[in-house]
Design a protein around this ligand. Structure first.
Ligand code: PGA
Length: 253
């Protein structure tokens, strides 16, 4: 009983990135239908592009599928052309939001400070943020992976997360979309370091915060990754675009 309440169900999160037109709603319906046949041991969430958020929410309504945004602005509203606020994500039916994905950090120069502001905005809008961290290949080769990721984590998590539901996703940049999955040893080492930092920062709460792994998670490697110590779920890119593959990953949790 106590164990169950401190060990949340794993979260399998599908990050569709800049993929998906109206026709992709069929994949979301297929995911919802697949889960309805067999209620999952995991929480399942889809993060479609913002243009599909509302319609996807409607398409999976009444199912076990949660829906979230891929990013939000740190401000509640204002003159920020092209951005969307956390409140808008919530208004469109989202209950979660990804912040600090490496593609945002790289493509849009987002800093840890901005990411922390986004996480804070997410909480203010009642969303559960997934805060992403991860090192580059150069940093790993230089033996700086753990120190870099822990520094990034420290600066990307606002203090206001204390007492709130949130998740951390570890995504090594060299494993994203490359087919090169991190070794279980690499994952275990990093997740243990992240856990230590979360406990130091948030106490008991930090013991239960789900730490997701992301980077080339596929049906073939999901079981081994999800069984590793301190892996509380997966953030899945490419393999979340096809209902069959995504459901196979959910099954592995
Ligand atoms: P990938 O992407 O599964 O396609 O490697 C993961 C992510 O960036 O969230």
């Amino acid at each position: 009983m106590t164990l169950l309440s401190t060990t949340p169900r794993p979260l399998i999160a599908g990050n569709w990135k800049m993929n998906g037109l109206s026709t992709a709603l069929d994949e979301a319906r297929a995911i919802a239908a697949g889960l309805d046949r067999r209620p999952a041991a995991a929480r399942v969430a889809i993060f479609p592009p913002a243009t599909l958020l509302h319609r996807l929410g409607e398409a999976v309504e009444g199912s076990f599928v949660l829906v979230g945004g891929q990013d939000c602005h740190g401000a509640a509203s204002g003159a920020h052309t092209g951005d969307i606020s956390a409140q808008m994500v919530a208004d469109a039916g989202g209950t979660m939001v990804i912040v600090g994905h490496s593609e945002r950090r790289t493509d849009h120069g987002e800093t840890c400070q901005q990411v922390a502001g986004k996480a804070q905005a997410a909480l203010a809008a009642g969303l559960e943020p997934i805060i992403c961290v991860g090192e580059s290949l150069e940093q790993r080769q230089a033996g700086e992976a753990v120190s870099f990721v822990i520094g990034q984590l420290r600066n990307s998590l606002p203090d206001s997360l204390a007492g709130q539901a949130f998740d951390v996703a570890y995504e090594p940049l060299w494993a994203i979309g490359t087919g090169h999955v991190a070794s279980v040893e690499n994952i275990v080492e990093m997740h243990a370091a992240i856990r230590t930092e979360l406990v130091a920062r948030f106490g008991e709460q930090g013991r239960a915060t789900p730490i997701l792994y992301g980077g080339s998670v596929k049906p073939e490697n999901a079981r081994e990754i999800l069984a590793a110590p301190e892996v509380g779920g997966a953030l899945v890119g490419g393999a979340s675009l096809k209902a069959k593959d995504f459901l196979a990953i959910v099954e592995a949790a």
